[in-house]
Design a protein. Sequence first.
Length: 69
Amino acid sequence: MNEEMLFPWPATCPYCDTAFDLLIDSSAGSHETWEDCPRCCAPIQVQVSVSEFSGELEDVTLGRDDDVF
C-alpha cells in the first residue's frame, strides 16, 4: 500500500445512512472489497474503479451485502 495513493471518499452506509469517509487505495487498481459500517457494523460491498491509463481513481460504488455489481 502506498500512502500517497490513499484517497478519502465520502460514503454513506446503505443500511443505516451513516455518513463517513472511506479510505480508498488506488494503487491496487480496480477491485472489489468489503468494509464494515463504523456505526451499524453491516458489511458494505465496495467497488473501486481506477483508470488503466492514468492510474487515477475514477469511481467508488457502495452496495449492500446482497447487491450484485
